[in-house]
Design a protein around this ligand. Sequence first.
Ligand SMILES: *Cc1c(COP(=O)(O)O)cnc(C)c1O
Length: 375
Amino acid sequence: MKQIRLSKCSTNEEEKKAVCKILDNEYLGMGPEVVKFEEDIKQFLELKDREVVCVNSGTSALQLALSVLGIGYDDEVLVPSLTFVASYQAISAVGAKPISCDVKDENLLMDSADVEKRITSKTKAIMPVHYASNPDGMEEIYKIAKKYNLRVVEDAAHSFGSIVGKNYVGSKGDIICFSFDGIKNITSGEGGAIITSDLDLVDKMRDSRLLGVIKDSDKRASGKRSWNFDVTTQGYRFHMSDIMAAIGRVQLKKLPDFAKKRKNLCTHYNHKLTNIQNIQLLLKSVNDVCPHIFVIRVRNNHRKGLIKYLNDKGIQTGIHYNANHLLTYYKTNYQLPITEKASKEILTLPLHVDMDIEDVDYIVTKIEEYFEKNI
Ligand SMILES: *Cc1c(COP(=O)(O)O)cnc(C)c1O
């Protein structure tokens, strides 16, 4: 039987060769390859007056950003409940409290009206999430941030390669965090990156990502290390290794092809699924989006049945995400109606670059079959 995975990375001989080259160097830690990856990202995203800091995961990127902003105990960070738990963990890891916000029904992005309602004297930052790679709605978020003097840390884990206005995500905004984990738009094995034009923060992040050792990043880039160093802040072991950077550099070159493939698959899904009753499309157009996940909403309590039917036909599906404000550790004493309803309806269908149009046709046929049998 056909088996279609929900998501997977796509690597070949090129990534293997790049990793072997690093192994041959016999230096596997953070070194010149990481610097090159940061430069490559800067060029690819056409960043002006902004820097890239690579770390070992998207979660570390978020945590490091909050940490160098001085956000910690007794501070509050506003975050949409409909996100990967990593966004929440990054906030609580620095000692701050994630304040759960609702999303908008039409695109499942953070609802700025709900955000504004939850601002207190303890609020220090807003962490919007580019859900399903959609970077829309940032203008409203930045308007609020400006009004209340808050920082913005964008969780752009889904949206590497997406376009906002005429430029890539990362080319504007306060602090933008990407993930390069195994199933994201590009991967470095595990990894992440932070982009900002705040050069003071860049210096702090470069030190903090490797145990707070001052200026150690620069030294390691030229194969040296610091022995007599000072430490002035809390640091972390969040740096990226040259092995990861080598994978990331190859993947970055493939991104334009990956993006095209992902867009084509989503466009085909959208075209085929438009007229199925009980199915609502999330993103009707993916022109400016480099889609990480393909999310639909399944109406009238059909989700559970559909998941089982597809699973029996060899089709993996996912749920991005269950509401975080309902988890024991992050439980709120208030409700978020849009999030709660959406999280019961959303379903993620397979999307990765090793799929083809025929796979989408097969999946849609099976969805149609399910609804023929279960009206
Ligand atoms: C993947 C992801 C992260 C975390 O990235 P990792 O590299 O897996 O640590 C954070 N937020 C969202 C929305 C994600 O999808």
